[in-house]
Design a protein around this ligand. Structure first.
Ligand code: F6R
Length: 362
């Protein structure tokens, strides 16, 4: 049931404050200022490396997780797309935790990668939405998302719920490693996510109004830095999937190593840049592109927009949030942009051509 929404995707984008709160409820103990995981029968403090495997949107959660886990816990992380992982003969060292991320829990490549890790004797964990799925049954530690059924083929609420669980995992691993610092601060930041997402949803009208400008493009580029780089990849994937517009995501600093050659007035550039320590660098990459005629859409907070919002075709204002939670909050405008562009183009948003919700063949 789509309720009063036009598409399941739109309904699922709007559900995010509720389902992310629901997911966080089983990982946060606010009264004790603690971030918790389900019980496990292995010693988290003994984990010396993490190998994350997933496909598509879920793999971008893994990439964002790499930033968080390495920064908070100082444990090295590798991230692979599942279809590559199983055939590249990965080196599986002792004390590795293998993590699979999957909405369906049935994606064939991810399931095969999980079985490969288990056969090699690696302890495994899964961030999974369908609790009865094959992956949920086979991992040593199930870290469920509580996104509820996701009907739209393009993943939205599963993505942000996966991020919420990934943040909780990173904080727990950091604590196990004696590196967490102020845990109450992490709890407080994560608790702010649902409200910040609601605020982000409040800008739906601005995004809908600018969507026709993007809908006319043949190619679109997304830029981000740090944890917002995988979000740029996610934005590009979402746009490709449902609007059939060619889009690519790049790390902002990579622009000058090639993609800037593509820039002209016809290529919109979506810049995902919360204000903060990396902001100036991203802005200088953005200005290099603007000097070559790029039509920029800047997604930032009031401070960032005041500093760099000039000469853009549009700005989308996000609430000012802690860096840890920015990827969850900035996911909302990224999803809404893809959604409204697809609606403007008249494509089948919930059932894009050539795609299936669950990819159970290799
Ligand atoms: C993108 C999308 C896909 C899935 C991928 C993994 O919107 O939905 O990229 O993320 O097929 O699916 P799961 O999470 O079920 O393993």
């Amino acid at each position: 049931d789509k309720g009063n929404h036009r598409h399941f995707m739109q309904k699922e984008i709007y559900e995010q404050p509720v389902v992310v709160a629901q997911t966080l409820r089983s990982y946060l103990r606010p009264l004790e200022s603690k971030v918790a995981l389900p019980d496990m029968d292995f010693d988290l403090s003994a984990i010396e490396r993490v190998a994350i495997v997933a496909c598509g949107t879920a793999s971008y959660v893994g990439m964002i997780g790499k930033y968080w886990i390495e920064q908070l816990a100082r444990v090295p992380v590798e991230v692979d797309v599942a279809s590559e992982y199983r055939y590249r003969d990965p080196v599986l060292l002792p004390n590795t935790l293998g993590i699979v991320i999957s909405q369906s829990g049935e994606t064939a490549d991810t399931l095969a990668a999980l079985r490969h890790m288990r056969a090699a004797g690696v302890t495994t964990a899964g961030i999974i939405n369908v609790p009865t799925s094959s992956m949920a049954r086979e991992v040593d530690l199930l870290m469920p998302t509580h996104a509820g059924p996701e009907i739209g083929v393009a993943s939205t609420k599963a993505f942000t719920c996966q991020l919420a669980v990934m943040a909780a995992f990173a904080a727990n691993l950091a604590r196990a490693k004696g590196r967490l610092g102020d845990e109450a601060d992490v709890v407080q930041q994560l608790q702010q996510v649902p409200e910040a997402m609601s605020e982000a949803l409040g800008h739906d009208g601005d995004i809908e109004a600018m969507a026709p400008k993007i809908a006319a493009a043949r190619d679109v580029l997304y830029l981000g830095r740090g944890p917002e780089f995988p979000l740029a990849l996610e934005g590009a994937l979402k746009l490709k999937e449902i609007s059939y517009i060619h889009a690519e995501g790049y790390a902002s600093g990579e622009m000058k190593h090639g993609p800037i050659a593509l820039i002209d007035e016809a290529v919109p550039l979506i810049v995902i840049a919360p204000s903060g320590p990396l902001f100036d660098k991203t802005v200088s990459n953005m200005q290099e592109a603007q000097a070559r005629g790029a039509q920029v859409v800047l997604i930032s907070d009031a401070e960032g927009i005041a500093q760099a919002g000039e000469n853009t075709i549009a700005t989308i204002e996000m609430p000012k949030v802690a860096p840890l939670i920015a990827p969850l909050v900035y996911a909302v405008p990224v999803q809404l942009l893809a959604y409204h562009v697809a609606v403007a183009k008249g494509t089948d948003v919930d059932q894009p051509r050539n795609l299936a919700k669950s990819v159970t063949v290799e």
